[in-house]
Design a protein. Structure first.
Lengths: 725, 199
């Protein structure tokens, strides 16, 4: 077998030779820094830039841009391109703390930084609402505010009546905080002009939106914009759309006739980009005495901004985790004074699963049933919402195999019954997870050359998930050629539209297109559809220097012309409900917690996670994906909360010291298993999504383990030392 | 080395995104002189190569490596010494280059990720072990992890898993590649030990 067993870009990453957006250097680069609002809401009444302009080396201080030069990018979830619709610097309004009020460009970063700190503004301040409970927050019923079918409340049967009649009833409210993605690579890159062509080097998950959005904002022909993003230093949803710094940088670079480097200071990434909104979940579960779940009501309030409606899609999975006949979802949006929140790994599913899977655990304890057995007994045969079959569903297998790997049979059921010799409280918890298996339209271009090498250009972004490795594996396995002979270009608008890579559809989407292009390539090379190919000889036989093919694929049921939406840089994915089937990835997590007797520190020495993600496209990178997602789950369960101050707005712990993402010493053993059954319906490659489902349910498994350890139920994340004193 | 250094080295607020400037502007009259042409001649080696430059004392070693010397393997993740992405070796000791004024390394030897592999491109065993254990995902923190891993082993802090985890906890990895990083450092440390034993 020729397929690589290691990550194909690992060599370049361990030698530091991979080039991220801000790694571009050139002698004529100018450097940019934004001055930002120090108030949470109001109006800039006066801005003094004299001191900033006097700093030697300062080239430009931009406090206002005319709307004729720079329009709104539109909101990515509202037919636009931006993480939010609000474009700073267009008027005097301040919508949130940390909003840019001036762009400073200078010869050096030192001068730009110094000057930005000398910009002084006077504000007219208005009262702010920062949390779900703020008096000035405004509550909207989602299905009325955004009347789109996929955002409507999911209702099956009569859940309220069935709940009222259930012999066993659990009713509880779960709170999840704002959190930030904190990818290690800071937001930014280099923006410049090559003649009339705008060239942007920036780590992103959505080069297509950068191109489409800048075209809209600047009134440019998209053909005159190139977005180059071969590597993104982590995205996790924060880099999934056009950020508002790029447009002003493009204007400034044109005026100055110089490329501009911008690296957003870490603190500003907490305020100038998206974050996971706070959400509150009221869950009611009704069951009979045998543990059969009869009814579920899942009501969610989720934060959004004043200027955009970030949709809430929490009940999509909770309506399908089990075969519950009566279900009622309700999702409301709470407008607060923040930048628009957005997607952060398992954006809805992590909070939803924490709430729902905690409640399922409560049902198990109320009945004295084993939490694994209760889940197995309530597995769904078909999609309860549509009545359609699932394309594949191996959740029961995940639970059974995970229980074996974990040694679940050795668990004593009573809370507080497992203790270490030193008095350490030990708890074992389980939770299930699911994540929609979406697919996006994609273009794959393959070029087989006379030297035997195959170059692939395809929709997709490499954020570390290993998409490049999965593509190389597919091509090298298919043609039986060496991995070194496969060259992959992703994240580059010069080779493909570069639709958003998110929602765990990236690998399935890219592989489906590459698979289709490989079929075409074999035809053009006049070789059989499955045998090994001597590319060098086959290309030579055509008498051409290279053989080029291009394939376009779409999600099941999508019309071919949907690709035009992607070419425009707009979101165009489909799923999880397709004609004739519904597609989700599934997972089961088993966690052990240990609560130390004196410090009450909560440790997670081991986690077992078994995933149904269809066929595993790239085993090595897949294991890393799951392990990483478990780290995220541990962070979500025990560490991460973006603190807000109702007086000032913004986020108070906006540094990597004070926003505590897990460190190496926080992480114990994480054992990963895969069902590895190809999905027969979603795409010819048999791949579903992996990166997000892997996080779904981790926090619930940990919280359930804490309950098992202590007998105390925690319904608010993160669970910290002070909560278990 | 000329003697105009306005602030002593190692000041933790010396971060080019605001700390130092805010601190100085609080001092009032110093604002006007901040950007006057204070330049300090500084000589040091980077990966064995001698470098002589006129530096603004406010420039961090990280920014000098990246923006002036084109050594972009060293990464900026926070600019506050909190994430470890900018870890380099100074006279063999690991430091965070974002909190190190470049003028302070005068006369010293800096090693960056670009200087870890042999000149012929042969990887260091720890780099190989990072690849073998898939100790990375997005790769952005990886240069810093490698530099810290090398130091962790050299310091004798790779005795067991808990010790390795502790001594690598100054290097954040948001992708969560910690298990692979641990395995890579453990494996390399054992190999190094056995070589010493055979020695």
């Amino acid at each position: 077998m020729n397929a690589p067993t290691r990550r194909v870009d690992a060599h370049d990453k361990v030698t530091g030779t991979v080039r991220y957006g801000a790694d571009l250097t050139s002698p004529n680069l100018a450097h940019a820094v934004f001055a930002v609002s120090t108030v949470g809401k109001g109006r800039v009444v006066n801005i003094d830039t004299a001191a900033a302009e006097a700093v030697p080396g300062v080239l430009m201080v931009l406090t206002r841009v005319d709307a004729s030069e720079l329009g709104s990018p539109g909101f990515v979830m509202g037919g636009g391109y931006g993480f939010q619709s609000l474009q700073p610097l267009l008027d005097d309004r301040i919508a949130y703390r940390g909003q840019p009020i001036a762009l400073v460009v200078a010869d050096t970063l030192i001068a730009a930084t110094e000057a930005a700190n000398l910009v002084r503004a006077d504000y007219e301040v208005e009262p702010i609402a920062v949390g779900l409970d703020a008096e000035a927050a405004e509550t909207l019923v989602q299905q009325e505010a955004i009347p789109l079918p996929f955002l409507a409340d999911i209702v099956m049967g009569d859940a309220d009546a069935a709940f009222a009649e259930s012999p066993v009833r659990i009713e509880a409210t779960y709170d999840l905080p704002q959190q930030h993605q904190v990818p290690m690579e800071l937001i930014g890159g280099v923006v410049g002009w090559r003649g009339e062509t705008l060239v942007v080097h920036e780590g992103t998950q959505n080069a297509g939106a950068l191109r489409g959005g800048l075209a809209r904002q600047l009134g440019l022909d998209p053909a005159r914009i190139e977005i180059i993003s071969p590597y993104t230093g982590g995205g996790f949803g924060q880099k999934n759309s056009l950020q508002p710094h790029v447009g002003p940088l493009a204007l400034a670079a044109r005026r100055l006739g110089r490329p501009i480097k911008f690296v957003m200071p870490r603190t500003q990434t907490f305020h100038q980009a998206s974050f996971r909104p706070a959400s509150r979940h009221r869950v009611r579960l009704g069951a009979d005495e045998t543990g059969r779940l009869l009814a579920a009501v899942h009501e969610v309030d989720q934060q959004t901004s004043r200027h955009d409606l970030f949709p809430a899609i929490y009940t999509e999975i909770t309506s399908r985790l089990y075969g519950i006949e009566h279900f009622r979802g309700r999702q409301r949006l709470i407008r607060t004074d923040v930048q628009t929140p957005g997607f952060m790994r398992a954006p809805f599913e992590h909070p939803a699963a924490f709430a729902f899977e905690s409640a399922v655990d409560e049902v198990a304890y109320a009945l004295g049933q084993d939490p694994v057995a209760l889940r197995l007994a309530n597995d769904a045969d078909v999609d309860p919402v549509t009545g359609q079959p699932f394309s594949s569903r191996h959740l029961a297998e995940c639970l059974r195999r995970g229980a074996d790997m974990f040694g679940w049979a050795g668990r004593t059921p009573e809370p507080g019954s497992m203790r270490g010799a030193d008095g350490t409280q030990v708890g074992w918890g389980v939770a299930s997870g699911a994540y929609p298996a979406s697919v996006a339209p994609a273009v794959a271009r393959l070029s087989a050359a006379a030297d035997g090498k195959v170059t692939v250009g395809v929709d997709g972004h490499e954020m570390g998930q290993g998409i490049r490795t999965a593509i190389v594996r597919l091509v090298s396995e298919d043609l039986s050629i060496a991995a070194e002979d496969v060259i992959v270009y992703v994240g580059d608008t010069r080779v493909a539209p570069q639709h958003l890579t998110a929602g765990s559809w990236g690998t399935a989407t890219a592989l489906q297109a590459v698979h289709a292009a490989l079929r075409d390539l074999r035809k053009r090379l006049d070789v059989a559809d499955s045998d090994p190919v001597d590319v060098e000889a086959a290309v030579a036989a055509t008498g051409q220097a290279a053989v080029d093919v291009e394939a376009t694929t779409v999600a099941p049921g999508q019309p071919p012309e949907i690709i035009e939406q992607s070419r425009a840089g707009l979101v165009a994915f489909a799923g999880p409900v397709y004609p004739g089937f519904t597609a989700f990835s599934f997972i089961a997590h088993f966690a052990e917690v240990r609560i130390e007797p004196t410090t009450r520190r909560i440790r997670v020495p081991r986690v077992v996670s078994v995933v149904d993600c269809g066929r595993v496209a790239s085993p090595v990178t897949a294991v890393s994906q799951v392990r990483g997602a478990v780290v995220w789950g541990i962070g979500g369960a025990l560490r991460e909360r973006s603190e807000v101050d109702p007086r000032y707005g913004g986020f108070a712990n906006a540094t990597m010291e004070e926003y505590p993402i897990p460190v190496n010493a926080d992480i114990g053993e994480v054992e990963v298993g895969f069902v590895d059954e190809p999905d027969p319906l979603l795409n010819p490659v048999g791949v579903k999504g992996l990166g997000e489902v892997s996080m779904v349910g981790v926090a619930a498994a940990i919280a359930n383990a804490v309950f098992h350890a202590t007998g105390r139920r925690h319904r608010r994340l993160p669970i910290r030392i002070e909560d278990v004193l | 080395m000329t003697a105009i250094v306005r602030r002593s080295g190692g000041n933790p607020t010396n971060a080019p995104d605001g700390g130092l400037c805010l601190a100085l502007s609080d001092m009032g009259s110093s604002e006007a002189t901040l950007s006057s042409a204070i330049r300090t001649e500084t000589t040091f080696t980077v990966n064995g190569r001698r470098v002589q430059m006129e530096l603004d004392p406010r420039e961090s070693l990280l920014d000098v490596l990246r923006e002036r010397l084109g050594l972009t393997g060293t990464k900026k993740g926070c600019d506050h010494g909190q994430c470890g992405a900018c870890t380099v070796h100074l006279d063999g000791r690991r430091i965070v280059s974002c909190l190190t004024p470049a003028v302070q390394v005068n006369g010293q030897a800096v090693t960056t990720i670009e200087g870890v592999a042999a000149p012929d491109g042969t990887l260091h065993p720890l780099q190989e072990a990072f690849i073998d254990n898939d100790a990375l995902q997005c790769g952005y923190c990886t240069p810093g992890q490698v530099m810290s891993g090398l130091a962790c082993i050299a310091e004798g802090h790779a005795g067991d898993d808990d010790e390795i985890r502790e001594y690598l906890s100054g290097n954040l990895c948001r992708c969560g590649a910690y298990a692979g990083i641990l395995a890579a450092v453990r494996e390399t440390a054992r190999r190094t030990d056995s070589r010493v034993g055979e020695g």
